[in-house]
Design a protein around this ligand. Structure first.
Ligand code: NI
Length: 174
């Protein structure tokens, strides 16, 4: 079990697009295990590799993370790509392990079709709805250097970023 440190702004990696994985090997599978350990420990329902300092196009999610009475639903995606989005847009309250203690409403397509490679390097494709659709879009954004704050007004984004950076500085000082 390896819990990795989750990076926060102003770390420039969070704004950088991740690289595509060229080969799904044991190193990639180990990184995915670490990402699940880190996500469940937080706890959170999704995590992108860049958030643990590895700018590779990999995300993990489990919308039942942190819910003891529900079956785990882990999904790991390598090089995920959105193939289709619904016209219907829905608002949802989002948060992010890299932007601790800040939550705000983001509007996104209600349904998305996603294609990716699984841990064995096999192609997968599926439609995501509900909370999974929110989560998969949020995590794919991370692989493009986009935070959920980037979907908010500039005023809100700057206010939230100031808060996150101040908090990180206080933690370092204490
Ligand atoms: Ni996030």
């Amino acid at each position: 079990m390896a819990i990795r440190k989750i990076i926060t702004p102003p770390n420039p990696l969070l704004k950088q697009p991740s690289l595509k994985v060229q080969e799904v090997d044991d190193g990639i599978r180990q990184l995915i295990r670490d990402m699940f350990d880190t996500m469940y420990a937080a706890p959170g329902i999704g995590l992108a590799a860049v958030q643990v300092g590895e700018p590779l196009s990999i995300i993990v999610m489990d919308i039942h993370s942190g819910e003891k009475d529900k079956e785990p639903r882990p999904i790991a995606m390598i090089n995920p790509e959105i193939m289709w989005t619904s016209d219907r847009i829905v608002p949802h309250q989002e948060g992010c392990l890299s932007v601790p203690d800040i939550y705000d409403e983001v509007e996104r397509p209600a349904e998305v079709q996603v294609r990716w490679l699984d841990e064995l390097g096999n192609r997968q494709e599926r439609l995501f709805t509900g909370l999974e659709a929110v989560c998969v879009q949020h995590e794919i954004d991370h692989t493009k250097g986009i935070l959920f704050l980037d979907h908010l007004s500039r005023l809100k984004r700057e206010r939230y970023l100031k808060k996150v950076i101040k908090r990180a500085q206080q933690e370092m000082a204490s």
